[in-house]
Design a protein around this ligand. Structure first.
Ligand code: ZN
Length: 754
């Protein structure tokens, strides 16, 4: 273990509580920080991880209005669902106190409706206002008049109209989904209220506070410069783009009641709240403070309610804690420009300075800026961007009901959108789980355990006296080299690369065992020869490789790592095992005398696709209001609208229909119906009778001898006195042309159509 324990602050982007998380969110924002946190803890560092539900703002009120419920109902619902889904995925939001002790930190998944979050945000608002870092401006905004003369201002998302750039209807107040143009809402043509299209709307003046981002241009440029060797190229590029445009004051208040009210007495501020971006981003500090006050203090952290400062403040030697922010690429400038400007503004205000004095980078005792922002590109769903608002998604909760969370963690890690967008698709998912995770890793581990179970036991398992350093020294050296590669990649936030090295170690283990062929020397076949001893020494070393793999897979695959840990007879939690213990070749050999279970279950693509199809249909027919909301995170491409206007049949329902080939043996006129034939059909079994309304299209002669496709498991039903035992399929062009469906060439009657 390294002697220096670092304070590491892991900040995870706050998910909007207006829908369930999908796999795009997980790959971009929620899995990488958990891998990082687990790795940092295993290295002995003190980790505080914070995030929570972003519960204010118009995405929430729009969802609520469309569903006819209160915003509170929406956020309560999705906070619970998303928190549970993250826990089910193995994200370490519990326990809130690090098992090593409160001084090692912990984690908190909070929510912005927390009353303490609200008071801290209001205090910060007042500080920044008093320091002169806000300016007041009058702007123009749509106002919806209502019959009771009350009315309300319409946030951009509540206005729709014709795009001033491309003339397409249904454009949003600030952005057109059709052409991507952004504009001021008052530029929209034929504007109307989204919720009450009939209501009269007009433009009114409204006053708001703006944060003086312009004052921070120079320090932010210095800051970006100082991070240029650390940030990824996409982070550098987007930050530079913002800084090059020149920073302008940015609104921190808006006309909306669902949010944190302004801490101002004056009547003119009634009905306005703090802009959601301004408060949600402060969640990173408020959450640390709340953790400190409500958890660390009670658990006896020596710094009590101030313990959060260990993770947030520049220490007396001028060293900053390490701050890592995890988010999707659409959020980069928020975390490299806006949030640092707010942090420095708070430092400025806390120091009692005002707007006439220059703002500065943080110094001793002040809030620290981010160290790195390992932002991700997008994970696409079979080529189209995942989108919560457009129903183009695979939802995390439903995924976790069907699959081992480690299979998702594996797939999303090995396919992580680190430097470019990547795709999620089911065939690739199944392929990677079966042929990589199971074939290379799962099978290796299972082989070692099952071969070991065939050896004679000693007190400490079968391998104890079989080891020979002379045989395995070169292997331990190789594995130490791989361990260094795994570690270095994780330190550089290259998760995909790191996991590939982990898999290399498993493959290396496979090669050792394949070359040693220990199965030739088991039981009676053991002849005491050098060859036999050397082979079993390699097998014994296989146990050490398994232990190594349990430790290094833990950040990525915590559930299976723990299962493996226990199968090896190791005690306690692998998550609390020192990272460098993986290469401790002297660790005590242990054994669990039980039939080893395979670590993973193979996946069947056909089965998954069937299930998936039925889930997709279910989601489409559910009356989920989210499907009607445009917007959400900006920047998405236009999605195809294939799901609209189609009544989908559940795939499982469709599969219940049995189609078969039959041959018409004879045709009679229906005794009681002019348009019907009574058709006798050779169905490959006992024959059956079908009443068919095709008299105006076919003569009896034409039909006789024809091969047709029919529904064989339709409940028999009487049609005008004749029981019909099925239905023949026919094509109808709607213009008087009807043709029976037949088969391409001869095939025996009773054949299944699939
Ligand atoms: Zn447009």
């Amino acid at each position: 273990m390294t002697d220096v324990t670092e304070y590491v602050m892991i900040c995870v982007a706050w998910p909007y509580a207006n829908g369930p998380l999908h796999l795009g969110h997980v790959a971009g924002c929620y899995l990488p920080p958990d891998i990082q946190a687990r790795f940092e803890r295993a290295k002995g560092n003190r980790v505080l991880m914070v995030s929570g539900s972003d519960e204010h703002g118009t995405p929430i009120t729009v969802s609520a209005e469309l569903e006819g419920v209160k915003p509170q109902d929406i956020v309560d619902r999705y906070h619970k669902i998303n928190q549970q889904a993250l826990l089910d995925l193995g994200c370490s939001w519990e326990p809130k106190i690090d098992p090593r002790g409160i001084e090692y930190g912990g984690s908190l998944f909070n929510r912005t409706s927390d009353i303490r979050h609200k008071t801290i945000v209001q205090e910060n608002f007042t500080k920044l206002l008093d320091a002169g870092l806000f300016e007041r401006r009058t702007s123009k905004q749509y106002y919806e008049l209502s019959s009771d003369n009350k009315g309300r201002f319409l946030p951009d998302r509540y206005v729709e109209g014709i795009c001033p750039a491309c003339d397409s209807d249904g454009a949003r107040g600030d952005q057109c989904d059709e052409c991507g143009a952004t504009y001021e809402a008052i530029e929209l043509k034929s504007p109307r209220s989204k919720m009450n299209p009939e209501a009269e709307i007009e433009i009114r003046d409204t006053d708001h506070f703006f944060y003086r981002l312009d004052l921070f241009q120079d320090v932010l440029e210095q800051h970006a410069e100082s991070r240029s060797s650390v940030w990824k190229s996409n982070v550098k590029a987007m930050t530079k783009q913002w800084l090059d445009m020149g920073l302008r004051p940015r609104a921190v208040t808006r006309d909306l009641s669902w949010g944190i009210p302004l801490p101002l007495e004056d009547n003119e501020w009634k009905g306005k709240c703090v802009y959601v971006w301004f408060e949600a981003v402060q969640g990173y500090t408020t959450c640390a403070q709340i953790w400190s006050e409500s958890i660390a203090n009670k658990a006896g952290h020596p710094d009590g309610k101030d313990s959060w400062k260990k993770w947030w403040m520049v220490d007396k030697n001028g060293n900053s804690p390490r701050h890592l922010y995890f988010l999707g690429k659409d959020n980069i400038p928020f975390h490299t420009v806006i949030w640092p400007a707010l942090i420095m503004g708070l430092n400025h205000a806390n120091a009692g300075k005002n707007s006439t004095q220059p703002v500065e980078l943080p110094s001793v005792g002040e809030l620290a800026l981010e160290t790195n922002v390992p932002a991700m590109e997008y994970l696409m769903l079979a080529g189209g961007q995942f989108s919560k608002s457009r129903k183009h998604a695979v939802w995390l909760p439903s995924f976790l009901q069907r699959f081992d969370p480690d299979t998702l963690r594996y797939y999303l890690s090995i396919n992580m959108p680190e430097n470019h967008d990547t795709d999620f698709n089911w065939p690739d998912f199944v392929e990677k789980i079966n042929s990589e995770l199971i074939a290379a890793y799962g099978n290796f581990v299972h082989r070692i355990l099952t071969l070991g179970a065939r050896l004679p036991k000693t007190a400490n398992g079968p391998f104890e006296n079989l080891e020979m350093n002379s045989i395995t020294a070169k292997h331990s050296e190789k594995l130490e080299k791989i361990h260094l590669e795994i570690t270095t990649s994780l330190e550089r936030h290259r998760y995909k690369e790191s996991l590939r090295y982990v898999m290399n170690a498993a493959q290396y283990g496979n090669q050792i065992i394949q070359a040693a062929t220990p199965w030739k020397y088991l039981g009676d076949k053991f002849d005491g020869s050098d060859a036999a001893k050397e082979s079993l020494a390699s097998l014994a070393f296989g146990w050490r490789i398994c232990r190594y793999l349990a430790v290094v897979t833990q950040p990525f695959l915590p559930f299976s790592a723990q299962r493996l840990w226990e199968s090896l007879g190791q005690s306690g939690q692998v998550a609390q095992t020192d990272w460098y213990s993986a290469i401790d070749w002297q660790a005590d050999m242990t054994w669990k005398d039980q039939n080893p279970e395979p670590l993973f279950k193979r996946l069947e693509l056909d089965e998954i696709l069937k299930q998936e199809q039925s889930l997709v249909s279910k989601e489409v027919t559910d009356s989920n209001p989210i499907s009607n909301v445009k917007g959400g995170k900006k920047g998405g491409k236009k999605m195809n609208k294939q799901v609209e206007g189609i009544q989908y049949l559940d795939f499982n329902d469709f599969m219940k229909v049995e189609l078969k080939v039959g041959k018409i043996t004879s045709v009679e006129e229906h005794p009681n119906a002019d348009k019907l034939y009574v058709v006798n059909l050779d169905d490959g079994d006992n024959g059956r009778v079908i009443c068919a309304g095709i008299k105006q299209y076919y003569t009896a002669e034409q039909l006789t001898g024809m091969q047709v496709v029919f529904v064989s498991n339709l409940q028999p039903r009487p049609i005008r006195g004749v029981t019909s035992e099925g239905m023949m399929l026919a094509a109808d062009d709607g213009n008087g042309q009807v043709k029976l469906i037949t088969v391409d060439g001869q095939i025996s009657t009773g054949s299944t159509v699939r």
